[in-house]
Design a protein around this ligand. Structure first.
Ligand SMILES: C[S@@+](CC[C@H](N)C(=O)[O-])C[C@H]1O[C@@H](n2cnc3c(N)ncnc32)[C@H](O)[C@@H]1O
Length: 330
């Protein structure tokens, strides 16, 4: 059963059966609401080490260090680098804003205990867990999303907007939504994604397909919400699945302006699986809230048994979408 209700009518919403939680929030969500704080930690032991930060290129490092919701405190950052390689320390120092470097150096040379270093490293690595997953272990991310069902109603519902059209999939990852767009008739999909590892997986998938659709209809590009490498007004639909948030650096005002810039007048912008805390922001920016409900079990089935998370039987999936009209939302 597919229902379309407005937030005001959506009185049954609660955290347990909230709309799909973007993948970025799984560790927090699973840990929350449990009386045993070790439960989430046990499930999501962070596999990364501080030297893994070397995986980021300068642009990605600068982006993280200037993005409020991602960046660690300067103290944690510097303390986590006590005993780290020269290459890593230099990479981080050189990508910090100039005005922060002196304080960084001070914290870097402050005598602290081994425990303080370890605690700072844990906080830094936990905060960057998903970025590290996308960049350092894209194959693991691919494994996670392979088992994570996208509500079938989303793309069925979008089909009239996609058929024969040019689409941007922003924050495309390894192309989960891009392939759905092509399956539902899109003529051309630009898949824009910052992680080189995820782009490589997408390219491998495209290369393994015979020539012809969908392989020839998906064009991968490296890019971010704040700098989409496309011309003005060149797509009919811009969408983002489990990636765009209201946070500066993960979309926000600048990212939305970019989505509007590349979407032609009269086109649509669609945010699939928005974060609950962004609902008001999205509505305030002219998005219309669409909830799809289905009866039956939608589940996330990951091969890695540490990542098993069954969603409630009555599953809702949220989609926000917005008509761009004459380059104006609403
Ligand atoms: C949860 S994944 C979703 C990927 C894909 N859309 C899907 O549904 O499988 C979030 C994606 O957003 C990308 N991302 C993170 N920050 C971004 C930014 N500032 N601009 C564009 N994409 C970003 C990540 O690299 C990652 O691929």
């Amino acid at each position: 059963m597919l229902l379309d209700v407005s937030p005001a009518q959506d009185t049954s919403t609660n955290d347990a059966e909230a709309g799909h939680v973007p993948s970025q929030t799984f560790p927090r969500l699973i840990g929350e609401g449990r009386s045993d704080p070790a439960w989430g930690a046990e499930l999501f032991e962070n596999p990364f080490s501080i030297e893994d930060l070397l995986v980021f290129d300068d642009a990605a490092m600068q982006h993280m260090l200037s993005t409020e919701c991602l960046r660690p405190t300067l103290e944690d950052l510097a303390w986590s680098l006590h005993g780290a390689s020269k290459a890593l320390v230099e990479s981080i120092r050189d990508n910090l804003p100039l005005q922060e470097r002196t304080q960084f150096e001070t914290e870097l040379s402050r005598p602290i205990s081994r425990d303080q270093v370890e605690a700072a490293r844990r906080r830094v690595l936990d905060g960057l867990f998903w970025e590290l997953t996308y960049w350092k272990t894209p194959e693991l991310y691919e494994e996670l999303t392979e088992g994570e069902q996208v509500h079938p109603g989303i793309f069925q519902r979008l089909e009239p907007d996609l058929r024969g059209k040019t689409v941007l999939d922003a924050g495309a990852g390894s192309g989960r939504a891009s392939f759905e767009c092509v399956r539902h008739g899109a003529g051309l999909v630009y898949a824009v994604e910052p992680s080189p590892g995820l782009l490589r997986i997408l390219e491998r998938k495209l290369a393994s397909l015979l020539t012809g659709p969908p392989g020839s209809r998906i064009v991968p590009y490296q890019g971010r919400f704040d700098h989409i490498p496309l011309e003005d007004n060149c797509v009919d639909v811009s969408l983002s699945c489990s990636a765009f948030t209201a946070e500066p650096g993960q979309g926000g005002e600048v990212g939305l302006a970019e989505l509007k810039r590349v979407t032609r007048p009269g086109g649509k912008i669609v945010v699939i699986w928005p974060r609950r805390e962004d609902y008001d922001w999205l509505v305030g920016h002219g998005f219309q809230y669409v909830v799809l409900i289905t009866l039956g079990l939608l589940s996330v089935e990951w091969q890695n048994e540490k990542f098993v998370f069954c969603l409630s039987e009555r599953k809702k999936t949220n989609v926000f979408r917005s008509d761009t009209g004459t380059k104006k939302l609403g």
